[in-house]
Ligand binder design. Structure first.
Ligand SMILES: C[S@@+](CC[C@H](N)C(=O)[O-])C[C@H]1O[C@@H](n2cnc3c(N)ncnc32)[C@H](O)[C@@H]1O
Length: 459
C-alpha cells in the first residue's frame, strides 16, 4: 500500500468527476488511481481530500465544489449528509432515474451475459412520491455520554446519527419513533450498549399500513428480560394509530438486525396492507416493500411480463407474505410459494384465506432445497417468479432451473450486479426480453427491476 503523505497538496486535490459509482459516489482519477468522492456529481470540478488509501483506489471527501453540475439540487436542510439513505439527494430526480437505468447497463457490460447488447433495458419508472415514501422506520437507539440518540448509523461505521427528521421517511412513522424515544428516556428503560455488550433496547421498528393507517411497533432487544419493557409497551399502545407492540430478541453475535424470537406484548398480531385489490396481513418480521404506493407498479410490471396461462403451475419463489403468487393466482391453475421465514409463510397461508384464494399453497424452507424436491415429486414447474434478496440466486438453484426450464420466467431483483451475474448462467437457456427498472427508493442508489426471460426454442 502506498504510504499516506500528509502534504498540503494531498489534502486539497482538484478532481474532475467522470461518473457515478454504484453507491452514488462521484468517481474521478488522481495520479491515475480511481477516487470515490461521496456527494460529488459527474462533470463537476471539486476540491477534495484523501481520507483513505487502498491498493487499487482512494477514498476522498468533498471539501468544496469549484464547478457545479446543472443537475445538482439542494440537499435537504438539517440532515447530516453522511446518513445512509440519502446518497443521491443532491441529484435531480430525472437524473436519478437515468442513473438507475445506467446501473443495470453497467452491470451487464461488466458481467456480459450472452447477447446482452440486444437486451431491451427500459427507462426507469419513476415513483409518484420522491419524498416521505418509506412506511417502515428502523432506527437504532444508543445511550452515550449521558444522552440517548435515535437514528441511523453512518454507512460502514458505528457513528449513530441522531435523526429528528429523515426526509424519505413518512412523517407519522418518524413521529412515533421520536415519541418512543421520549418514553424510553422518561421511564429510564435500559438501552443496549455495544461498547460494553450489555442488554437493553437496540432497535425500534415502526411499520405503518398505507391502506389502514395501522402502526406496528417492534422493540428489538439484546436479551429477553428488560426491566419495565411491558410498561413502556403499554405507553406506546396509547400513541395514535399504534395497534400492536412486539419484542424481538437478539444477541450481539447476530450480524442481522432482527433475531429469530418475536413475542407479542400488546395488541393485534398483524397489520393489513392492500395492493391491487388484495389484502396482505403482515407479522413484524415478514418482508414487505417499503414504498407501498410504488409497489403496485412493481407488481403490475412483474405480472404483465409473466404473461400467464390458465393451465400453468406458478412457483412464487422467495414469496414473503405471498404477494406475487396471490396476485397471480386467478390467472393460473395452481400456485406454490416458497419462503424461508416461518412467520411469513403463516402470513401467506392466512393471506390466501383472507383473499379467498383456494389454488395456492405456501411452504416453508429454502428455495435451493425445496425446488429440486418439487421437481423430483413431478410437480409441473412451467411458470416461475423469483424475488430473491440482494445476494441473488445461488449457483445450485440456477442449476436446478436450467434442468427444470420453466417456459415462463420473471426475475424481480433488487441488485443489478447479482442480476447480471445470474443472467450469465441463465442466458445459457434463456433469452432476456426486457429489463424494466422501477424506482422504489428515490434519493438512494437502491435499485429494483423486473426481468422477463424466455426459454430458447432449441433448449
Ligand atoms: C425481496 S423479498 C421478496 C418477498 C416477496 N416476493 C414480496 O414481494 O414481498 C425476499 C424474500 O425471500 C426470503 N428468503 C431469503 N432467502 C431465502 C431462501 N433461500 N429461500 C426462501 N426464501 C428466502 C426472505 O425472507 C424474503 O421474504
Amino acid at each position: 500500500m502506498t504510504k499516506f503523505t500528509k502534504n498540503k497538496q494531498e489534502k486539497n486535490i482538484i478532481i474532475t468527476i467522470k461518473r457515478l459509482g454504484i453507491n452514488g459516489e462521484g468517481i474521478g482519477y488522481y495520479k491515475k488511481k480511481i477516487i470515490f468522492i461521496p456527494g460529488a456529481l459527474p462533470n463537476e470540478v471539486v476540491v477534495a481530500k484523501i481520507v483513505d488509501r487502498h491498493p487499487h483506489y482512494l477514498e476522498g471527501e468533498l471539501v468544496r465544489i469549484k464547478e457545479k453540475s446543472p443537475d445538482r439540487v439542494t440537499f435537504p436542510k438539517g440532515v447530516d449528509p453522511a446518513v445512509g439513505g440519502l446518497e443521491l439527494a443532491h441529484l435531480s430526480y430525472p437524473k436519478q432515474l437515468e442513473f438507475k437505468q445506467h446501473l443495470i447497463l453497467e452491470s451487464l457490460r461488466k458481467y456480459h451475459p450472452r447477447d446482452y447488447i440486444k437486451y431491451k433495458v427500459k427507462k426507469t419508472i419513476p415513483t409518484p412520491n420522491a419524498w416521505n415514501y418509506r412506511n417502515k422506520a428502523q432506527y437504532q437507539i444508543e445511550f452515550n455520554k449521558g444522552k440517548s440518540k435515535l437514528g441511523l448509523y453512518a454507512p460502514n461505521s458505528r457513528r449513530l446519527i441522531d435523526l429528528p427528521d429523515m426526509p424519505t421517511q413518512t412523517k407519522e412513522t418518524q413521529k412515533v419513533e421520536r415519541e418512543i424515544k421520549k418514553l424510553i428516556d422518561k421511564l429510564h428503560i435500559r438501552i443496549a450498549d455495544f461498547r460494553r455488550h450489555t442488554d437493553g433496547i437496540k432497535t425500534i421498528a415502526v411499520r405503518q399500513s398505507n391502506a389502514t393507517g395501522e402502526i406496528q411497533v417492534t422493540l428489538i432487544t439484546i436479551g429477553k428480560k428488560i426491566k419495565d419493557l411491558k410498561l413502556l409497551a403499554s405507553h406506546i399502545m396509547k400513541l395514535p394509530n399504534v395497534v400492536s407492540v412486539f419484542q424481538n430478541e437478539t444477541q450481539w453475535q447476530n450480524p442481522q438486525v432482527w433475531g429469530n424470537k418475536t413475542i407479542k406484548l400488546f395488541g393485534k398480531s398483524h397489520i393489513t396492507e392492500e395492493i391491487l385489490g388484495k389484502k396482505f396481513k403482515l407479522s413484524p418480521r415478514a418482508f414487505f416493500q417499503l414504498n407501498p404506493e410504488q409497489t403496485t407498479t412493481l407488481y403490475s410490471e412483474a405480472l404483465k411480463y409473466l404473461d400467464l396461462t390458465p393451465d400453468q403451475t406458478l412457483i412464487d419463489a422467495y414469496a414473503g407474505v405471498g404477494t406475487l403468487g396471490i396476485l397471480a393466482s386467478d390467472q393460473v391453475r395452481q400456485v406454490i410459494g416458497i419462503e424461508s421465514i416461518p412467520e411469513a409463510v403463516i402470513d401467506a397461508q392466512e393471506n390466501c384465506r383472507l383473499n379467498h384464494v383456494r389454488n395456492a399453497e405456501y411452504i416453508q424452507g429454502n428455495v435451493e432445497k425445496l425446488l429440486p424436491e418439487l421437481k423430483n415429486q413431478g410437480v409441473p414447474i412451467n411458470a416461475l417468479i423469483v424475488d430473491p434478496p440482494r445476494t441473488g440466486l445461488s449457483k445450485k438453484l440456477i442449476k436446478t432451473l436450467l434442468e427444470v426450464k420453466p417456459e415462463t420466467f420473471v426475475y424481480v431483483s433488487c441488485n443489478p450486479a447479482t442480476l447480471a451475474k445470474d443472467l450469465v448462467l441463465l442466458s445459457d437457456a434463456y433469452d432476456v426480453r426486457v429489463i424494466q427498472p422501477v424506482d422504489m427508493m428515490p434519493q438512494t442508489p437502491r435499485w429494483e427491476g423486473v426481468t422477463k426471460l424466455v426459454l430458447r426454442k432449441n433448449k
